[in-house]
Design a binder for this molecule. Structure first.
Ligand code: XMP
Length: 583
């Protein structure tokens, strides 16, 4: 097993044709023990000639859309095996002279595949009827010359195609999802029988190899990190400490004053870490600010200042230092980075000192070829506490973007559907962000909330009032900014939610659970809390989920006892159209 974990060469290249499928496909191939990596769909064939095989991923586009993802047709010409999945099959058929038919209704969900009995290595052992999972509108109407259709469902005549002499294959269904019962066998046949890959990616026992590579790369220098307290930077930091010893690894954690309760204490337990106290700097710069964009901008600027100061005062630009970062695999690829990654990246790239270190190659990123759950596995091998490894994502700007403000006093507006709360929050519509008020209704009803959002153009979020000290008609929105008192209020409510959810294990059942403070209330109790538990895979889309009544009751009771809180609301909005965060 000669694979390098820090600079691996993929045997299987996944061409990203959009959406989330490419990452799932890469993960599944890695689960088979073969390193796979995602490349932009239009990568020239010459740049991926090293791969033993190529997978063109699924994606939501139609080959007839003018902007749909394309691949270099030369990938089909050199005998390199190619497997097109879903959109990938359609694109392959389209580019090689077959015909793709626009679907009217589409086919979503479970279906039964009838697969011919062929001697072809891709389908070896898989003939007959089996459950698969489909998600498509268009279909392949006519296969290209030299191909045959070898599988079908009741509604899709071309569910699997093959041109075995050219090692070209297509599947209309998704072998990478669990609902395709024998999906891993299709992938395994492609990887081992068609592409003849050898196992090179062992998910177990990789820590010693990573540590050796860190030592090789760092040499006699020392490493410093800006640690965020998140899973990635903590695991990367711990790996470096184990590889090089605590004397040669230093970490700095910036306490912005916008952290959750107890956060700084958790981070404090890491060896070799110092805390840069910058609460006054951040809160001072944010005083009086109400506009969300301005908040983010100020926080970004202050981060740059702190980091510059640390780099300068500790003379970290001297040759004896190299920068460590917790970059993970999806952060490094152009097409798949999450909002999260993009934000963190731009902010780091703006610090001149950090840019200089990156440009001169003085950077070690021990996790840059791993996915998040692989990072968690590594963390478990390092015996890091589960409490740290399983924590939900938390945005870099911290509580600031969950503490909503208002420049003016404003009354609620009663409509036949409910009450319009004049607090603007962010949403997504197509690719653009919207900024619109919230509608409050009186029942925890997702179907009704979704119907209302679809119908009402001027709101992008629906909440239900679940426990109010006074009726909604007695509340109003009050002018307020980001003050230490309001941040402390939010921090207390957030801590209650976290504690109750941890005790009841509810936090394992949701992907993320933002708690938001909005300036809605009375003179005595000027603010309200919004609960936003969501289900998601990667944050790109999300579903609002309900919680058990008894748990919600406990939360309401405790939160309403907090000073300054007039009510508890529940966000019923899926993403799209409502983003996970409110700002
Ligand atoms: P949205 O609100 O866009 O969030 O649906 C998607 C995911 O990204 C996280 N998020 C951020 N993370 N800095 C971060 O580090 C940010 O500015 C930021 N904004 C959103 C959010 O928590 C969710 O997981």
């Amino acid at each position: 097993m000669s694979q390098s974990y820090l600079n691996p060469t993929p045997q299987i290249v996944i061409l990203d044709a959009g959406g989330q499928y490419c990452h799932l496909e890469a993960r599944k191939v890695r689960d088979l023990g073969v390193y796979a990596a995602v490349y932009p769909s239009n990568t020239p064939a010459g740049e991926i000639a090293f791969a033993k095989g190529i997978i063109i991923s699924g994606g939501p586009a139609s080959v007839y859309d003018p902007d749909s993802p394309k691949v270099d047709p030369a990938i089909f010409a050199h005998g390199q095996p190619v497997l097109g999945i879903c959109y990938g099959q359609q694109l392959m058929a389209h580019l090689l002279g077959g015909e793709v038919t626009r679907g009217e209704k589409g086919e979503y969900g479970l279906a039964t595949l009838e697969l011919d009995d062929t001697t072809d290595p891709l389908f070896s052992g898989l003939s007959g009827h089996q459950q698969i999972w489909m998600s498509h509108r268009d279909v392949v109407g006519a296969v290209p010359e030299g191909f045959s259709a070898v599988g079908r469902t009741d509604t899709c005549a071309v569910a699997a195609i093959a041109a075995p002499q050219r090692k070209l294959y297509g599947l209309q269904f998704h072998p990478e999802v669990v609902h395709t019962v024998r999906g891993m066998e299709f992938l395994s046949n492609f990887v081992f029988r068609v592409c003849e890959c050898v196992k090179d990616w062992d998910p177990r026992h990789r820590v010693p190899a990573i540590e050796q590579e860190i030592r090789d790369q760092v040499g006699t220098r020392s490493v410093f990190f800006f640690v965020s307290g998140g899973v990635d930077s903590t695991v990367a930091f711990t790996l470096c400490i184990r590889a090089l010893g605590p004397d040669r690894v230093k970490g700095v954690y910036v306490d912005t004053g916008l952290m959750r309760e107890g956060e700084t204490d958790v981070v404090r337990q890491l060896p070799g870490l110092t805390i840069e106290h910058a609460q006054e700097q951040f809160l001072g710069a944010l005083a009086g600010v109400t506009d969300p964009e301005q908040k983010r901008h100020i926080i970004g600027e202050e981060f740059v200042r702190v980091q510059d100061r640390v780099i300068e005062s500790r003379r970290l630009l001297e040759e004896s230092w190299i920068l460590g970062q917790g970059t993970i695999y999806p952060d490094t690829i152009e097409s798949g980075g999450t909002t999260n990654a993009a934000v963190i990246k731009t902010h780091h790239n703006r610090v001149a000192g950090i840019r200089k270190l990156m440009e001169s190659g003085r950077i070690v990123e021990p996790l840059k070829s791993f996915y998040k759950d692989e990072v968690r596995e590594i963390g478990r091998e390092l015996a890091l506490p589960a409490q740290l490894l399983d924590r939900h994502p938390f945005p870099g700007p911290g509580l600031a973007i969950r503490c909503l403000c208002s420049a003016v006093d404003a009354p609620l507006l009663t409509t036949p559907e409910g009450a319009i709360i004049p607090v603007n929050s962010v949403g997504v519509q197509g690719d653009s962000r919207s900024y619109a008020p919230v509608l409050a209704i009186d029942s925890l009803d997702h179907a009704r909330a979704t119907a209302l959002i679809n119908r009402l153009a001027d709101v992008n979020r629906v909440v239900a009032g679940v426990e109010l000290k006074v009726p909604l008609s007695g509340m109003q929105v009050r002018a307020c900014s980001l003050t230490p008192v309001r941040i402390a209020r939010l921090r207390c409510a957030d801590a209650i939610v976290r504690r109750v959810c941890q005790e009841s294990d509810y936090d394992r059942r949701v992907w993320q659970f933002p708690v938001i403070l909005i300036p809605l209330g009375t003179v005595e109790s000027p603010d309200s809390i919004v609960l936003r538990p969501v289900e998601s895979v990667d944050g790109m889309t999300a579903q609002s989920v309900l919680m058990p009544d008894d748990l919600l009751g406990r939360l309401n009771n405790e939160i309403l006892q907090l000073e300054g809180i007039a009510g508890v609301f529940y966000d019923l909005t899926h993403k799209p159209p409502g983003t996970i965060e409110w700002e």
